[in-house]
Design a binder for this molecule. Structure first.
Ligand code: ZN
Length: 135
C-alpha cells in the first residue's frame, strides 16, 4: 500500500535563498510551482526516488507562514506515496489515527493528498500522496 518516501517538506523563509544551497551547492534540478490553495510557493528537487520540497509562504496566515512564525525554518512534514489514498485513509481511520483531512484534496503536482495529525505520528506531520497513473 505504501510505495516510498515521496518527499520531505521543508519550510523556508525565502525560496531563492534556500535554492542557493539545495540547487546551487547540492546541484539538484528544480521545478517551481505556486499552490494558491495552500498559500505556498513550492520548489521540488528530485533526489533519487524521492524529492525535497521547499515551501515558501505567500501569506503570514498560511500554514507555512504560521509554522515558521512558531518554529522557524526546518522540516515541516514527511510525505509517503500511496497507491490508493482513499483506502489508506480508511485503514488509518480504522486504527484510530487522527486525520487532518478526512477526504483527499488536490496538492502540488495535481496529486491527491491528505495530511495526518502529528499527534498520531510522534510529533511528525505526515502527508499521504496518491501516485499518478504514470508513476
Ligand atoms: Zn508535501
Amino acid at each position: 500500500m505504501l510505495n516510498k518516501i515521496d518527499h520531505i517538506g521543508i519550510a523556508v523563509r525565502n525560496l531563492d535563498e534556500a535554492l542557493r544551497f539545495y540547487r546551487d551547492a547540492l546541484g539538484l534540478e528544480v521545478e517551481i510551482e505556486e499552490v494558491p490553495a495552500q498559500q505556498v510557493r513550492v520548489a521540488m528537487l528530485p533526489i533519487g526516488e524521492s524529492r525535497i520540497e521547499l515551501l515558501e509562504s505567500t501569506s503570514p496566515d498560511g500554514p507555512i507562514g504560521r509554522f515558521i512564525e512558531k518554529r522557524g525554518e526546518g522540516i515541516q512534514h514527511i510525505c509517503i506515496q500511496v497507491a490508493d489514498i482513499a483506502a489508506a485513509l480508511e485503514q488509518l481511520r480504522a486504527h484510530g489515527v487522527r486525520l487532518i483531512d478526512r477526504e483527499p484534496r488536490i496538492g502540488a503536482g495535481g496529486h491527491r493528498v491528505a495530511f495526518l495529525h502529528p499527534a498520531s505520528a510522534s510529533g511528525v506531520l505526515i502527508e499521504l500522496s496518491e501516485a499518478l497513473p504514470a508513476e
